[in-house]
Design a protein around this ligand. Structure first.
Ligand code: C2E
Ligand code: MG
Length: 281
């Protein structure tokens, strides 16, 4: 019934074995994820983001990790489940706390100018403005400054009907946090959202980078997004950079920061100090 409604109503869908298996898998993961959250079984990995202009690592993106019964489950599978079954808030709270704890450790070892990027789902944004200070409170509780954290949001969080969101983003920026717009180019990529909401960084989705060497269209899109973002005063981060050729192309196009397997896969927290110490551009 749900699938038929999704198809625009007034239609029908046959029930299939696949649907049954899908629902069973979702329910299984929901139960296991809920238990993992209460038993503190999730972890966070950190992927470096390299500034091309400065040729140094100035950020890491925090990415949640979950090993269930010896098997890694991809965030692409369990984040939508967390969103659907109201587990995304405790999950996000865990990631922010763990990231702040790790950043504090890095700072205590002399890595003072590193920023951590935290992904935030639209479902984590409070509906009520009285709760808008919560993220900042966590950051301050760890003895960090708001400018140590950049929040990565997707375009859906910027939609005009979500009035508290705009208030929250402004509040975060006034406090000193930065905001990045994730997955740019994959949704509506509305220019009016960009004008209205003060984002600092635009992250170009990895699907465009993959196609750059073979598809002239992707090449043109990436270069246009870079020029447009810079004219609007935003910095550009490209994700999914895996080869030297991609790095060279993006450097020539004027991209500010690079993230991808070419520099490093997401790292467990205990590898960060060594990675930063050994790093050469
Ligand atoms: P994202 O925010 O776009 O994060 C980047 C994803 O690209 C990560 O996947 C990362 O491992 C992958 N990646 C990085 N460089 C490369 C590369 O060179 N090649 C390829 N093929 N992939 C690369 P991951 O960790 O599986 O995360 C998937 C998505 O799950 C993230 O996409 C983000 O939207 C979501 N996510 C992860 N952690 C969190 C979290 O703590 N909270 C929320 N709300 N969402 C999260
Ligand atoms: Mg992200």
């Amino acid at each position: 019934m749900v699938h038929a409604k999704d198809d625009g109503r007034n239609s029908f869908n046959y029930f299939t074995q696949d649907m049954q298996q899908n629902v069973q898998r979702q329910l299984f993961l929901k139960k296991a994820l809920s238990a993992a959250l209460t038993s503190n079984l999730l972890s966070v990995a950190f992927q470096p983001i390299v500034s091309i202009t400065e040729q140094k690592i100035n950020k890491f993106e925090a990415l949640v990790r979950w090993k269930n019964e010896g098997q890694w489950i991809s965030p692409e599978e369990f984040i939508p489940i967390a969103e659907e079954f109201s587990l995304i808030r405790p999950l996000g709270e865990f990631v922010l706390n763990e990231a702040c704890r790790q950043l504090k450790i890095l700072k205590s070892q002399g890595f003072n100018d590193i920023v951590f990027n935290i992904n935030r789902s639209v479902y984590e944004i409070p509906l009520n403005k009285s709760e808008n200070g919560q993220w900042l409170m966590v950051i301050e509780q760890h003895g960090l400054k708001p400018s140590d954290i950049c929040f990565e949001l997707t375009e859906s969080a910027l939609a005009p009907d979500k009035r508290n969101n705009e208030r929250l983003f402004n509040q975060l920026r006034v406090a000193g946090c930065t905001i990045a717009l994730d997955y740019f180019g994959t949704g509506y990529s509305s220019l009016s959202y960009l004008r209205r909401i003060p984002v600092d960084y635009i992250k170009i989705d990895k699907s465009f980078i993959r196609g750059m060497s073979t598809n002239e269209g992707d090449n043109v899109l990436v270069s246009t997004i870079i020029v447009m973002s810079k004219s609007l005063g935003k910095k550009v981060v490209t994700e999914g950079v895996e080869t030297k050729e991609q790095l060279q192309q993006l450097t020539e196009l004027g991209c500010d920061c690079i993230q991808g397997y070419y520099f490093s896969k997401p790292l467990p927290s205990e590898h960060l100090v060594n990675y930063l110490t050994d790093y050469k551009y």
